[in-house]
Design a protein around this ligand. Sequence first.
Ligand code: AMP
Length: 282
Amino acid sequence: MKLLRTKQEVHRHLGISRINNTTIGFVPTMGALHDGHLDLVKKAKENSDVIIVSIFVNPTQFNNQKDFENYPKTLNKDLDLLDKTGVDFVFVPSNQEIYPSIPSLIIDFGAIDKVLEGAFRPGHFNGVGIVVSKLLNIVKPHKTFFGQKDLQQVAIIKRLVEDLSFDTEIVIIPTVREADGLAMSSRNLRLDDEQRKIAPIIYEALTFAKDELLAGNNWFGTRGKVEQMFKEEPRFRLEYFELISSDRFELLESLKGTSNIAICTAAYLGEIRLIDNISIFD
Ligand code: AMP
């Protein structure tokens, strides 16, 4: 496995792969890797010849400076894991390498980024759109792998790739969970023992709400019950719990009209903000 620090190094090493007609699979990450990330890498390996993973904690997608500063960093462990998983290249650029100047471009994703993560984290998807565009331009992968864990990000990236004609196939991988249902996330590393114990309530609430809806109960009654569940655990602060169409990210009030439906939620445990989602029909 080779560690690449600059755009030029990426061009030099991957240019050869491109000339040799090998398929380049790309997994962008912010590091602090867990089995969810490694699952993306495994899927990338099954679907491409050369695998490159990027590790870059992108400052422009954090709307909260403290969250950025406290984002877990475990580079040596990450490199070790990627080496063992059989990755060919890891791109670990500096801030200066990605942002030699502050971007003046602002991406407006329209309705998709006016709700949920877009509404509660202003500027977040602009930062995601900018960094993913930069990384796709640098790496020029044939296939790029993202997790369903960040469902709204998936919708944003699909728009980005379509609207700007990026020549890459977007492959989406299901959410990998801990044995108790908690979605794997780099931010889980910041949970203390007590918080970690109650964190699976997020997934319990999602599965409960899904079952209620599939049993014919109405959305607002269901959400009311979920809000009550969270109120009974005062260490949680529920930010949103919404039924949405997973392609257009429109807020829904029932299961009628479309089959691409999910429930998305964000909740705070102390300072740590966790997100998760569940598809209704799969
Ligand atoms: P991050 O390092 O959090 O930016 O995540 C990098 C990629 O890994 C994104 O495409 C995420 O959606 C994906 N990812 C994060 N957590 C999980 C998970 N538990 N299961 C599957 N993919 C995940």
